[in-house]
Design a protein around this ligand. Structure first.
Ligand SMILES: [Zn+2]
Length: 378
């Protein structure tokens, strides 16, 4: 019996060696965990700051004027304390440690907009369970928090990847429009498809951006198995198009993180279940330091292209060339699809599992329509 106890004890000790505890970095938070700006949100240029992606989340202070700011891991080492821009705007950068401080993790975090740091918090020191700032208010009433890897903390990650940092969210993301680039990186002729005498013109429009005109297909409210309220359009000529999806998650209070799948397959007119390999999967999980973080740069380098025509920012490009956010499984090369009817299914899911789908139908036309009536006339 004694040996069993010893074994159990040693297992517990062994597991404690590598355990780390995460928690919300502001106390108290009487309204629950909330954010006022999400990860990867697009920030247009203002004053002297160039346009960029938001590399963290903004957490409001809830008890004006006093709150405590704790590093999100129980044990941490302070790497750097900076003073930024305006008065009383401090940034603290830490490396995360296992709870017993026996091992440094290959991750860390940054805490920005602090007005003060506790007197006994020093660079190069390791702490367990101590706040870095106590009974303070915050510059602009919020903490800007960044979760970073690897050990040099060069790359930012979506904090919602950590369970303890996820917030409550019961709202599915919104799918707005599917843009079709047929003349910039694409090369095709496009037209509205009046399929079986139905009029889909209400979902069919155009928008001009950067000197190029794109199709703008509306994505109406979700009715997954009704094809008659979906956009329909025709691709002909050289048949190469690029798609841009415009979507967002529930305003500012939800995880700004999705995966997105664009599917295409011959439509199953029997209405059976629709299973197909994903062509693109998008995850707003991280930004590499090698990325420019600038919309236009990404737009010019990668395809399909990026849309930033509104306050929200969305992007879709193949995995490999810009590896931070995309998992590419197959190329969706419309120019190689066979003649006939196809469907794209767009699916978007947030960290809490809320999902939205939308369908777009298109007809690949390689040859002129055959006029059977006239053909049989003679
Ligand atoms: Zn921020």
């Amino acid at each position: 019996m004694r040996s069993i106890i010893l074994i159990l004890l040693s297992i517990i000790i062994a597991s404690n060696l590598t355990a780390q505890t995460y928690s919300w970095p502001i106390l108290p938070y009487p309204s629950g965990k909330r954010v006022t700006s999400g990860y990867c949100a697009y920030r247009p240029a203002y004053n002297s700051i160039v346009e960029h992606f938001h590399e963290g989340i903004d957490i409001p202070e809830e008890t004006d004027p006093l709150c405590h700011v704790y590093p999100t891991t129980l044990a941490y080492k302070v790497i750097k304390i900076y003073t930024l821009g305006p008065d009383n705007n401090l940034m603290v950068k830490v490396i995360h440690y296992s709870d017993d401080t026996s091992s440094a993790l290959s991750e860390g975090s940054k805490y920005i907009h602090l007005k003060e740091v506790l007197e006994n918090i020093y660079e190069d020191s390791i702490y367990i369970g101590d706040p870095i700032s106590a009974a303070t208010d915050l510059y602009l009433d919020h903490l800007h928090f960044e979760y970073r890897t690897p050990s040099d903390l060069a790359n930012s990650n979506n904090p919602f990847a950590i369970t303890e940092l996820q917030i409550e969210d019961n709202t599915a993301p919104t799918l707005c429009s599917l843009y079709v680039d047929y003349s910039r990186q694409g090369d095709a002729e496009v037209a509205c498809w009046e399929y079986l005498g139905s009029n889909f013109a209400q979902y069919y429009g155009t928008v001009t951006g950067g000197g190029y005109t794109f199709l703008k297909l509306g994505l109406p409210m979700e009715t997954p198995w009704n094809d008659w309220d979906d956009p329909h359009f025709i691709i002909s000529g050289n048949r190469k198009v690029r798609f841009i999806i415009k979507m967002y998650d529930a305003s500012i209070s939800a995880p700004y993180n999705y995966y997105l799948v664009v599917d295409t397959a011959i439509v199953d007119l029997s209405g059976g279940s629709y299973e197909s390999d994903a062509h693109y999967q998008v995850k707003f999980d991280g930004l590499l330091s090698s990325e420019y973080h600038r919309e236009e740069t990404v737009y010019h380098q990668e395809e399909p292209i990026v849309s930033g025509w509104n306050s929200q920012y969305y992007r879709l490009y193949p995995y490999g060339t810009m590896p931070s956010c995309i998992i590419k499984r197959l190329a969706l090369a419309t120019e190689n699809l066979e003649e006939g009817q196809h469907r794209i299914r767009v699916m978007v899911k947030d960290y809490n599992g809320n999902t939205k789908t939308a369908d777009v139908h298109f007809y690949i036309r390689e040859h002129d329509w055959v006029d059977y009536c006239r053909g049989f006339k003679n």
